[in-house]
Design a protein around this ligand. Structure first.
Ligand SMILES: *[C@@H]1O[C@H](CO)[C@@H](O)[C@H](O)[C@H]1NC(C)=O
Ligand SMILES: *[C@@H]1O[C@H](CO)[C@@H](O)[C@H](O)[C@H]1NC(C)=O
Ligand SMILES: *[C@@H]1O[C@H](CO)[C@@H](O)[C@H](O)[C@H]1NC(C)=O
Ligand SMILES: *[C@@H]1O[C@H](CO)[C@@H](O)[C@H](O)[C@H]1NC(C)=O
Ligand SMILES: *[C@@H]1O[C@H](CO)[C@@H](O)[C@H](O)[C@H]1NC(C)=O
Ligand SMILES: *[C@@H]1O[C@H](CO)[C@@H](O)[C@H](O)[C@H]1NC(C)=O
Length: 458
C-alpha cells in the first residue's frame, strides 16, 4: 500500500515537472536574459578572414560553470579554421585534402569550440579568454561574464559580399543547453585602441542570441525547498521525489548512497568510478534549500536560509540563490551572504539574489559535514501586508544556480496555532464540504427514521 502511494506520488510529480518544463520558455524572472555571441571580422586574408568571437552573458543570475561553455556552428561553404587563439576546436576532423606542412587547426563542417585553461602559455591567450569555459553572471562577477577567442578562417569569402554567415549556432554548458537564433547582421563593433584616443571598427559584424532552454536541457530537477517556522513544530519537508525516486519498485530507481562515506582518499577514488552521486533522501535532490521563519519582532522579522548539498561529486563554486518573496522590498540586513535586489523591466523588486562571500562561503562543498551554507535575513514588516497567515512568510519561488526548485504545495505550509488555524478551516472548501455532507447525512437519517416509524406497527 505504501509503495503504491509512493508510486502514485512519483508519477504525479513527474507529470508536474514535465508540464512545468514544457511550458517554461522565457525565464519569468528575467525575460530578456540571454547570452549574445558576436562574430566580428577584423581583417581579410588571402583565402578568408580573421575573426574575433565574443560571448557575453547578459543574465543576472545564470552562469556557466567549469568545465565550461562550448560553442558550435555549421559552415555554409568549405571553410576551415587555420589557427586559433584563446580557444580550441574539440576535433580537427578530416584535413586530408591539405598539404603536410600546412594543415588547418580544424576542418570540421560543424566545429565545436571550447575555452582554454588559465594555465596555457601567454602566446595563445587573448583578452577575456582562458578561464576554463567559466562564464559568470552579470551580478556576481561582471568582469568574467565575457569570453572571447580569435580564429583565422580559410577557404571562405574574402570580402564583405562573398563571405558566408555560419548557421546553426549551438551553445552548451555542463547540464545546460541554450537555443540560439540565426546570425543577423549588426552594426559594426568598435574597439578602443590602447591609447584610448582612437577606435577601430570591425569590417563586418554578425550577432547571435542564445536563450537558456529548460526543455532542451531536460535534466532532472536539481533542488527542492523545505520550510519551518518558530510557531509550529512541524517541518514541512521537500515534496517526495522532487528530483527522482530511489524506490527499488520503480522502473528506473535513481541510485544513491545510504550514508556519508568516510572522507578517506580510498573511498573518494571509489566514488569517482561510481555513478552514485547523491545521498538517499525522500526527495533525491542534490540541493535542498531550507527556509526557517526564526523570529518575529515588533517591526521586523528574521528568516534563516540554509542551502545544503546532498551530492558527493560536486562542489558548487560561485553558487547563487534567487528567491522571490513579497517582503524583499524591505530587506534590512543579510548576514554571511552577498545579495542584491533584482531589477526587472516591470520594476517589481520582490526578488533578491544571494551568493557567497569570496574566500568565505562562495563554494558550496560536496555533501558531508561542511556541505552547507547559511544566512540570516532581517526584514522590516511591510505595514498592512505582513502576516504569518496563509503561508505569506514563505517564498513564492526559489532558484538555485538558475534552476527552479520544487516547493512544498501551499496546503501543507505550517499553520499558525489557535485562532488563525480555525479561521483557515472555517473558510476552506473542506469546511463547506463537511457542512454539506453533514447536512445530507442528517436529512437521510431523518428520512430513514420517519420511514422506520411509519412501518412499525405502533
Ligand atoms: C539580450 O540581452 C541584452 C542585454 O540585456 C538586451 O539588450 C537584448 O535585448 C537581449 N536580446 C534579446 C533577443 O532578448
Ligand atoms: C547543426 O549542427 C549539428 C551539430 O552541432 C549537426 O548535426 C546538424 O546537421 C547541423 N544542421 C545543419 C542544418 O547544418
Ligand atoms: C557503487 O555504489 C553501489 C551502491 O549504490 C555499491 O554497491 C557499489 O559497491 C559502489 N561501487 C563502487 C566502486 O564504489
Ligand atoms: C571539494 O572541495 C574540497 C575542499 O577543497 C575537496 O577536499 C574536495 O575534494 C572537493 N570535491 C570535489 C568533488 O571536487
Ligand atoms: C525596492 O525598491 C525600493 C524603492 O524603489 C528600494 O528602496 C528598495 O531598496 C528596493 N529593495 C530591494 C531589495 O532592492
Ligand atoms: C558582493 O558582490 C559584489 C559584486 O560581485 C562585490 O563587488 C563585493 O565585493 C561583494 N561583497 C563581499 C562582502 O564579498
Amino acid at each position: 500500500m505504501e509503495n503504491l502511494w509512493r508510486y502514485i506520488s512519483c508519477i504525479v510529480f513527474i507529470l508536474i515537472h514535465e508540464v512545468y518544463f514544457a511550458s517554461a520558455t522565457l525565464d519569468p524572472m528575467e525575460p530578456n536574459g540571454n547570452i549574445t555571441v558576436k562574430w566580428d571580422i577584423l581583417s581579410w586574408t588571402d583565402d578568408g578572414y580573421n575573426a574575433l568571437v565574443t560571448i557575453s552573458n547578459y543574465q543576472q543570475y545564470r552562469h556557466i560553470e567549469y568545465p565550461g561553455w562550448s560553442l558550435g556552428w555549421s559552415w555554409r561553404g568549405k571553410e576551415v579554421i587555420w589557427d586559433m587563439l584563446g580557444g580550441e576546436a574539440t576535433e580537427q576532423g578530416d584535413c586530408s585534402a591539405f598539404k603536410e606542412n600546412n594543415i588547418p587547426h580544424s576542418c570540421k563542417r560543424h566545429p565545436i569550440i571550447v575555452d582554454l585553461l588559465a594555465t596555457v602559455s601567454n602566446n595563445v591567450k587573448i583578452g577575456n579568454c582562458c578561464r576554463g569555459g567559466v562564464l559568470s553572471s552579470t551580478v556576481q562577477d561582471p568582469q568574467n561574464s565575457v569570453a572571447a577567442f580569435k580564429m583565422r578562417v580559410g577557404a571562405a569569402g574574402t570580402s564583405k559580399n562573398t563571405v558566408l554567415v555560419p548557421s546553426n549556432f549551438s551553445l552548451k554548458g555542463p547540464n545546460m543547453v541554450y537555443s540560439c537564433s540565426p546570425a543577423t547582421k549588426e552594426q559594426s563593433s568598435h574597439f578602443p585602441t590602447p591609447s584610448g584616443q582612437r577606435k577601430t571598427q570591425a569590417l563586418k559584424t554578425w550577432s547571435v542570441t542564445c536563450i537558456y532552454s529548460p526543455v532542451l536541457s531536460h535534466k532532472t530537477p536539481l533542488c527542492c525547498v523545505s520550510f519551518s517556522a518558530f510557531y509550529n513544530n512541524n517541518i514541512i519537508p521537500c515534496p517526495a521525489c522532487s528530483c527522482g525516486c530511489h524506490d527499488p519498485s520503480q522502473n528506473q530507481p535513481k541510485p544513491c548512497l545510504k550514508e556519508i562515506p568516510p572522507a578517506t582518499t580510498e573511498s573518494q577514488s571509489n566514488m569517482n568510478t561510481n555513478t552514485t552521486e547523491v545521498r538517499c533522501t525522500h526527495h533525491m535532490c542534490e540541493i535542498r534549500v531550507h527556509w526557517h521563519i526564526m523570529t518575529s519582532y515588533k517591526d521586523y522579522w528574521r528568516v534563516k536560509v540554509t542551502v545544503m548539498n546532498f551530492g558527493y561529486l560536486k562542489n558548487y563554486t560561485d553558487w547563487n540563490l534567487l528567491i522571490q518573496h513579497p517582503n524583499f522590498d524591505s530587506l534590512e540586513r543579510v548576514d554571511r551572504f552577498n545579495y542584491t535586489g533584482l531589477t526587472q523591466n516591470n520594476h517589481r523588486n520582490d526578488s533578491a539574489m544571494f551568493w557567497g562571500i569570496k574566500y568565505f562561503n562562495d563554494m558550496l562543498l560536496q555533501a558531508g559535514e561542511m556541505g552547507n551554507v547559511q544566512s540570516e535575513i532581517l526584514m522590516q514588516k511591510i505595514t498592512g501586508k505582513f502576516t504569518f497567515n496563509n503561508g505569506w512568510g514563505f517564498p513564492h519561488k526559489v532558484y538555485f544556480n538558475g534552476d527552479e526548485c520544487m516547493l512544498p504545495p501551499p496546503n501543507v505550509y505550517p499553520w499558525l496555532p489557535r485562532t488563525t488555524t480555525t479561521q483557515r478551516i472555517l473558510s476552506g472548501p473542506a469546511f463547506i464540504a463537511t457542512i454539506l455532507i453533514g447536512a445530507l447525512l442528517f436529512i437521510y437519517l431523518y428520512w430513514a427514521y420517519i420511514m422506520q416509524r411509519r412501518t412499525l406497527p405502533f
